[in-house]
Design a protein around this ligand. Structure first.
Ligand SMILES: *[C@@H]1O[C@H](CO)[C@@H](O)[C@H](O)[C@H]1NC(C)=O
Ligand SMILES: *[C@@H]1O[C@H](CO)[C@@H](O)[C@H](O)[C@H]1NC(C)=O
Ligand SMILES: *[C@@H]1O[C@H](CO)[C@@H](O)[C@H](O)[C@H]1NC(C)=O
Ligand SMILES: *[C@@H]1O[C@H](CO)[C@@H](O)[C@H](O)[C@H]1NC(C)=O
Length: 860
């Protein structure tokens, strides 16, 4: 039974792997926005070299924010080659930063300043500043090409820092403004620097392997001091050290290596310094073991600890099992036995002529990295992220991994026991064979698992694609340059109009593209005329560019005051933060209605109306917004848009009286009906013909065509927001968000608005961009609802989180996105229209005009 030692060894390894799951930073997952746009970074932690004015101070340099004058702008024009200006962020603790995002100053169309290039400097202690360079040594990062797009750049290598500076760079003298965001996660290792002998050069048959630390950010003379580099960049080397994940680099790139020839002491001493005194549990060293080239993992490691001034007298020593069978690179875990220290000095003893490390990580206290796949793995400037309780997620995935590993342990134990029993019976015959089996098993599981854990958590796919290229792509799923999706703003063909027309597709009410380009070079940071509507129900009703608003608000508001006492309450339709929507009967409304309404309504009968009411205790802002909404609504005149009939604004509560249609909303209406056919005949249910479905869809398209012609963005088009009158007439309204009935259609984001994510385009969800093109997307979903008779919620089989993940797939566009399926009733031609509404590229989506025309053609 001399081979039984394998069992505890195996267990040990498995337990180490268990710890490995959450104990080291994974650059593929560590891509969370660090709080410029989300607000977790406080104003006082954002500073700058200078500011143009109070309203362009550093604190306005937050990505995707429109406060102040819309961005941080330095005091003077930025000259080429002067690196005086910077925007600085203090993250308060060390962070591992994998991605940066920049944006210019748009300010509702008035701003046109951005930084075409920039450099990054960072610091861990606030005194020594280091210029970031990419793996090829280049410092300058390509920035923005316009004032509104967000440009994200992977940092290769990633940065470990507390302070980060963005320094605009120009090739000619120009005005520059910036908004920025950092993405990453906290640096739980706490490592501030490592000092080691400089890496060496190995002469191979042909080209030599350069085993220097090519991204070390400290000083390198004879040894490396005061820096971090490849040992902490989160990238583990391959089994064959002459190959690399990174393109276009020399052999040996991923490793730092030393030979015993130049270190007569027989060991390499590396000193690690930390941000504070920590309680260390383990150190993990990723070693190459390509023994055919005289490279082996270390034979022994001896570590000294320092917590106060002096080094502890008794070191800790550990000797891993030497492995001459398996040439794969692996993590070796050293138990640091809860030593308290702020510095550790380890001597790694050579087992062969060479020793090559690619990563060293430290686990201390109870800190654990997140293991859950990052929010949509793109980790876009996620305006919107599933902000679940993160600790809950971690627990959950830990449990799953724990169970998985326990099952694996049990399985392997069973296998071993079986093998041992076998051996007792077939001892002589099987001795050699069984020994080999055991080893193979062990090594196989080792190499697969360490690869997987080191690179990502997508365990199922790793094993088959271990070529260097694909691994690299998996770690950094984003290309170097993927700002393109947000190019849409201001660029849709239907809005590329002459300057006297209100030209805007803008996202929110706050953006309009007045063409006030600055020609003379003098900076203008005038405040944009921002219209930000707070609808009664807590949502923006319509998003309106400021300019359009001016055109609309002519001299007369063409609605009259209605005597409140003539309203009879019937039913509460909805409720929101600022008020309620009631269904009422109004007497004598005929007097208030325009002629064109009258043909429908018998004289002297009460009329059904919807009454939006503002709570009397609503804030002043809410009141102003309510009045603005009245102004806007009063101007909307289209047969397929709900009309404002009258108002009560002489006394509180303020009311807005709009049409209401006798058949209620389209969602409930269709749910009550069946398609024409056998089934309907049997069940005796009321039916709607296919032609009438098309007729209703065409009316919605027509109403939207009208809204889009005024550059109005609805933001919440869905069947629940369409009302049905006599003879299948449709009018578009908006009170969806307030109704309990449909609360399941909205996704509530912690501390933010509720959003109809199942109707929202990918760019609305990921980038917060609402445009006519995103209304077109929602129209596609609405059409899908109609053809399904609203019997099913869109993506009903997906959870909200999965819907958001699917959105990420739309963004990545690797053919993994799920489209809503073709409804049974839906002919191919109609489904084609839906699919065209869900095109990734907003410019390729049809306009409402085109959709309207196509739908009319469908009807006989
Ligand atoms: C864990 O994830 C949350 C977001 O879910 C993020 O804010 C946090 O920084 C992450 N922590 C680490 C250590 O990655
Ligand atoms: C590492 O070696 C390569 C290849 O000789 C060289 O180009 C690079 O500058 C070296 N890097 C450092 C930091 O010494
Ligand atoms: C270090 O952590 C371990 C486990 O969490 C704990 O048992 C031990 O008391 C800690 N040591 C010190 C000095 O706090
Ligand atoms: C280096 O290691 C090799 C292999 O173990 C050994 O043969 C050689 O003597 C060592 N050289 C020195 C200088 O220790």
């Amino acid at each position: 039974m001399k081979h039984l030692w394998d069992v505890p060894f195996l267990l040990l390894i498995l337990l180490y792997l268990l710890a490995a799951v959450t104990s080291q930073v994974n650059p593929g997952v560590c891509r969370y926005p660090l709080g410029m746009s989300g607000g977790q970074i406080q104003d006082e932690d954002i500073s700058a070299s200078s500011q143009w004015s109070e309203s362009t101070a550093a604190r306005y340099g937050r990505l995707d924010f429109e406060e102040g004058d819309g961005a941080w702008c330095p005091e003077i024009t930025v000259e080429p080659d002067s690196l005086k200006e910077f925007l600085q962020i203090d993250l308060r603790s060390l962070h591992f930063i994998t991605l940066v995002g920049t944006q210019g100053r748009h300010a509702g169309g008035i701003g046109n300043e951005f930084s075409q290039m920039y450099k990054i400097k960072y610091s861990r202690d606030g005194s020594r500043w280091i210029s970031w360079r990419n793996r090829q040594g280049k410092q300058v990062i390509e920035g923005n090409r316009n004032a509104y797009d967000i440009v994200l750049k992977d940092l290769e290598p990633p940065i470990i820092a507390r302070y980060v500076r963005f320094m605009p760079v120009t090739d000619h003298s120009m005005n520059v403004c910036m908004r920025v965001e950092l993405y990453g996660c906290e640096w739980l290792d706490g490592l501030v620097s490592y000092n080691a002998p400089a890496g060496e050069q190995m002469s191979l048959p042909a080209p030599p392997a350069y085993l220097n630390d090519s991204v070390y950010d400290g000083a390198v003379i004879h040894s490396m001091t005061e820096g971090l580099g490849q040992l902490t960049d989160g990238v583990c080397g391959l089994d064959d050290f002459t190959h690399s994940h990174v393109y276009n680099v020399w052999p040996g790139y991923d490793y730092v290596g030393w030979t015993n020839e130049s270190l007569p002491s027989g060991f390499v001493e590396i000193m690690f310094e930390f941000d504070r005194i920590r309680n260390f549990t383990t150190m993990k060293v990723h070693c190459n073991n390509m023994y055919s080239r005289h490279v082996k993992a270390f034979r022994q490691v001896v570590c000294y600890f320092r917590s106060e001034a002096d080094w502890e007298a008794t070191p800790l020593s550990f000797s891993p099992v030497e492995d001459e069978k398996n040439p794969s690179a692996r993590f070796i875990t050293v138990n640091l036995a809860n030593h308290m220290a702020s510095a550790i000095k380890c001597q790694f003893f050579f087992a062969d002529a060479w020793m090559l490390f690619s990563e060293i990580t430290f686990q201390s206290d109870t800190a654990m990295y997140n293991t859950t796949l990052a929010p949509p793995k793109t980790a876009l400037p996620p305006n919107i992220q599933p902000e679940d309780d993160p600790t809950h997620k971690v627990d959950d995935s830990n449990t799953r991994i724990l169970i998985g590993c326990l099952v694996a342990i049990i399985f392997i134990l069973v296998v071993i026991i079986v093998i041992i029993l076998w051996r007792q019976v077939w001892q002589k015959m099987l001795e050699k064979a069984s020994r080999r089996m055991l080893d193979d098993e062990l090594t196989a599981s080792l190499s697969i698992q360490s690869e997987t854990f080191a690179y990502n958590h997508n365990q199922s796919s790793t094993i088959s694609e271990q070529e260097s290229n694909s691994t690299y792509e998996r770690i950094f799923p984003l290309g170097p340059d993927y700002q393109e999706p947000s190019r849409i703003i201001c660029k849709l063909p239907e809005f590329a109009q002459s300057s006297e027309e209100p030209a805007s597709t803008s996202t929110a009410a706050s953006k309009s593209t007045a063409t006030t380009a600055v020609q003379d070079g003098a900076p203008h940071y005038a405040e944009a005329d921002i219209v930000n509507l707070q609808g009664v129900t807590g949502s923006n009703t319509y998003a309106i560019p400021a300019l359009t608003m001016d055109l609309l608000s002519g001299k007369d508001v063409a609605v009259e005051e209605f005597p409140r006492k003539l309203l009879t309450f019937k039913e509460k339709l909805g409720e929101g933060q600022f008020g309620e929507v009631h269904l009422c009967e109004a007497e004598g409304m005929q007097e208030f209605m325009n002629k064109e309404f009258l043909f429908d309504i018998p004289e002297d009968q009460p009329v059904l109306v919807a009454v939006k009411m503002l709570r009397s205790d609503a804030s002043k802002n809410a009141r102003n917004d309510f009045l603005k909404e009245i102004k806007i609504m009063s101007r909307l005149k289209d047969p397929n848009i709900i009309r404002l009939l009258a108002v009560c604004i002489y006394s509180d509560p303020l009311c807005m009286i709009t049409e209401y249609m006798e058949n209620g909303d389209l969602n409930q209406f269709l749910s009550r009906h069946e398609p024409e056919g056998q089934l309907a005949l049997l069940s005796n249910a009321p039916t709607v013909s296919f032609n009438n479905l098309c007729y209703m869809a065409a009316q919605i398209a027509s109403g939207m065509k009208y809204l889009s012609s005024l550059n109005f963005v609805h933001r919440d088009l869905a069947t629940r927001n369409c009302l049905v009158g006599k003879n299948f007439t449709i009018k578009i309204a908006d009170f969806g968000m307030s109704r309990n009935l449909y609360s399941g259609d909205y996704y509530r984001i912690q501390g933010r608005a509720v959003l109809p994510i199942r109707w929202m385009s990918w760019e609305s969800i990921l980038l917060g961009k609402f445009t006519t093109a995103s209304d077109v997307w929602a129209f596609g979903v609405t059409l899908w609802e109609i053809l399904n008779f609203c019997k099913e919620q869109p993506y009903s089989q997906l959870t909200d989180e999965q819907v958001i993940e699917n959105t990420g797939e739309f963004f990545r566009d690797q053919k993994r996105q799920i489209y809503l399926p073709q409804p049974v009733l839906c002919p191919d031609s109609l489904y084609k229209i839906m699919l065209s509404c869900w095109r990734r590229n907003t410019k390729e989506r049809p306009s409402f005009q085109e959709i309207h025309r196509a739908l009319l053609e469908l009807q006989p």
